[in-house]
Ligand binder design. Structure first.
Ligand code: NDP
Length: 335
């Protein structure tokens, strides 16, 4: 349950675990609702914005009500013609064991018909973060073979896939992350050409110069702040920046200003914001591509799974201190 609006870093106590009495595992007679058993919950950085009254693109959480977010769920009962008992779906649900969804929208609660991988993948690589990587890199950034790509927060849900897409496209890819373990993953598991721990670099501009002596053609922005300023100094002429997120700013009372924007003019750089919800029409083509990649064993995926709804608050806030190694998922129930 969401306690109340916050400022600064979220805390575990901003969420309350609550147990209700016995519930009916049937939808109300004559209703068009569906009853979901939630299996996996997705922890996503955008959820922080919903803990504050802001002009974010999703409504704020309601104090005293369950947190909502992306999940993978099983339909236990349905009064709706678009869903039937036994279907698996991914999309918006509640942070609870069972959710009753009134008038579910089939475009935002998507049926899962690919079962060659764990269902939990639909919170990450085959769900919203996966589509974010695809739309933000393959489409918005217009990548070409041989280009130099830099990804920040590179070992996370979105970043690990962006790096692999870039390698599959024949690009040179460098990622940054906040620990040695994550840097090792980037280099030895995800196949990045190089990687560094940004926390160990006192001069980020100089660090990027080392990895990109001829400049960065594509920057996949997940972090913002000082990282973006350093990147701007290192962009190549006609470079592209996909602004996917700026997690370093989400908990600040006042977001930092950004220097070096004149580099956009000097280098004729295109900088474009991304909202994955504009790109759901790409989901079918994305899935076809992903199925082929999985069949050809061209992708690897790392998720960080905790078990139990009671551990969801800690998992969510851990995103903002980099505790997660890979996609952060909470397993709520057995399939
Ligand atoms: P991740 O799995 O990458 O988890 C977040 C990671 O961010 C942490 O593990 C941490 O990694 C890093 N981080 C946290 N705080 C900071 C900080 N102050 N400075 C630098 N890095 C920090 O999350 P996602 O892959 O789900 O999301 C990545 C980005 O994509 C976020 O900015 C998110 O908001 C954005 N996003 C945007 C979407 C859109 O539609 N525009 C959709 C989905 C995601 P480390 O240890 O490496 O620091």
């Amino acid at each position: 349950i969401f306690r109340d609006y916050i400022s600064g870093f979220p805390k575990e106590t901003d969420m309350i675990l609550s147990t209700t009495g016995t519930i009916s595992l049937k939808v109300p007679e004559g209703s068009d609702s569906i009853l979901l058993k939630n299996l996996y919950l997705s922890c996503d950085p955008y959820m922080r914005a919903r803990m504050t009254i802001s002009d974010s693109y999703l409504p704020e959480f309601v104090p005293g009500s369950p947190i909502s977010g992306f999940a993978v769920s099983e339909v236990l009962d349905s009064g709706n013609p678009n869903f039937k008992k036994g279907d698996y779906v991914w999309g918006f649900s509640g942070w609870e064991q069972y959710s009753l969804i009134d008038n579910p929208d089939p475009s935002s609660l998507i049926k899962i018909d690919y079962t060659d991988v764990s269902l939990s993948y639909f919170t990450g690589i085959l769900g919203m973060p996966g589509l974010t990587a695809y739309a933000g890199f393959n489409k918005l950034a217009s990548p070409k073979k041989g280009e130099s790509v830099y990804v920040s927060a590179a070992s996370g849900a979105v970043g690990q896939l962006v790096g692999q897409f870039a390698k599959l496209m024949g690009c040179y890819v460098v990622g940054s992350a906040g620990s040695k373990e994550k840097v090792d993953l980037l280099k030895n598991k995800f196949g990045f050409d190089d990687a560094f721990n940004y926390k160990e670099e006192s001069d980020l501009t100089a660090a990027l110069k080392r990895y990109f002596p001829k400049g960065i053609d594509i920057y996949f922005e997940n972090v913002g702040g000082k990282m973006l300023e350093a990147v701007l100094q290192n962009m190549a002429v006609h470079g592209r920046i996909t602004v996917c997120g700026m997690i370093s700013q989400y908990n600040l009372e006042k977001p930092e200003g950004v220097h070096n924007l004149t580099q956009l003019v000097l280098k004729r750089v295109r900088m474009e914001g991304l909202n994955v919800s504009d790109h759901y029409h790409l989901y079918p083509e994305f899935m076809e591509l992903m199925k082929q990649y999985f069949m050809d064993e061209k992708l690897v995926y790392v998720e960080d799974m905790v078990e139990g709804l009671e551990n969801a608050p800690a998992a969510l806030i851990g995103l903002f201190t980099g505790q997660n190694i890979g996609k952060q998922v909470v397993k709520v129930s057995h399939e």
